[in-house]
Design a protein. Structure first.
Ligand code: GLU
Length: 307
């Protein structure tokens, strides 16, 4: 039984570094949307990538979100503890083993008629005999096959609060990475599977996140459908960009909350986030919650300028 209560929204950062102004703005928006619509609000630590994630980073991110005044309903969900649930979901899906290296995919994808960014289908229709051969070739290199979804749709339509109906391609996405036989654990679970399984488990029917993830929504909603989970409403929000127009990042200077707090109070950072959302003179997230009107949010990226 899930301890999570629907309907819910969530914020789901990857703990691979401190949250910056852009992450915080998205977190505030996710909180505003959930709380304004009477939803539960959960924090999920997306730490399936064991090499890039750390428990320390997760703790710092949680402390930063709390410093801004955001509150989450307990408990915090950690993806590194969810392997059994991902394995069960994998069993319910139509899947196949994929033996391709990145290079194989790059080469096949550059062939004429290949669809850019899509898996070219190299391993989809292999015979059992071909699979046995490819598997033993991989094993000789100390590698394990990846697991892909065998998609039975080529596109899927999602509902996005700002975009309306959004239709995009559904690919044979990776569900589990290959990994190496010499590692204690087989490959990591893939983001697309984990996000869908956990949104379902946590009763999340409202997904607020940066609009760089819009393109992945159709494949995720298709996966949810295949697992018998609800189709969430998506709310993809504009990103904060640095001076060069690219997604805000460390190279853009002192952008993390920890850095900002060297010169500002948490209330001033909240005021700046509110300002970026079009609200002047706001000093707490509670006040912003009262004033926020989602229909007025600008659809343009917010340009970060250091002050
Ligand atoms: N963990 C992802 C990230 O930090 C977000 C996933 C999502 O919101 O669906 O970019």
């Amino acid at each position: 039984m899930s301890t999570f209560l629907a309907p819910a929204g969530r914020y789901a950062p990857s703990p691979s570094g401190d949250l910056h102004f852009g992450n915080l703005r998205t977190a505030v928006l996710a909180w505003l949307f959930a709380r304004q619509t009477g939803r539960h609000f959960y924090l999920r630590v997306e730490d399936i990538d064991s090499e890039r994630s750390s428990a320390e980073s997760a703790q710092r991110q949680i402390a930063d979100l709390e410093a801004l005044g955001l509150d989450f309903d307990p408990p915090v969900l950690y993806q590194h503890e969810r392997g059994t649930a991902y394995a069960q979901a994998l069993d319910q899906l139509d899947t196949y083993e994929c033996y391709c290296t990145r290079r194989d995919i790059r080469e096949a994808a550059s062939a004429p008629h290949a669809q850019p960014g899509m898996y070219p289908g190299t391993c989809r229709d292999l015979t059992e005999k071909q699979r046995a051969l490819r598997r033993s070739e991989l094993a000789a290199q100390g590698r394990l096959p990846a697991i892909r979804l065998r998609a039975h749709a080529t596109e899927w339509t999602v509902q996005d609060y700002y975009r309306g109906e959004f239709t995009g391609p559904v690919d044979d996405v990776i569900l589990k990475r290959g990994g190496r036989t010499d590692q204690a654990q087989a490959g990591d679970w893939a983001y697309n599977l984990a996000v869908v399984v956990d949104d379902g488990y946590q009763g999340v029917d409202q997904v607020v996140r940066g609009d760089d993830l819009l393109a992945s929504a159709p494949a995720q909603a298709y996966l949810a459908d295949q697992l018998g989970l609800v189709q969430p409403i998506y709310i993809h929000v504009p990103l904060v960009v640095g001076p060069e127009g690219r997604r805000l990042a460390k190279r853009d200077g002192a952008v993390t909350l920890r850095e900002l707090l060297a010169e500002q109070t948490a209330g001033e950072v909240v005021a700046d986030i509110a300002g970026s959302l079009g609200y002047a003179g706001v000093s707490s997230v509670a006040e912003l919650l009262e004033r926020f009107d989602p229909s007025l949010l600008s659809h343009d990226p917010w340009m970060w300028t250091h002050h």
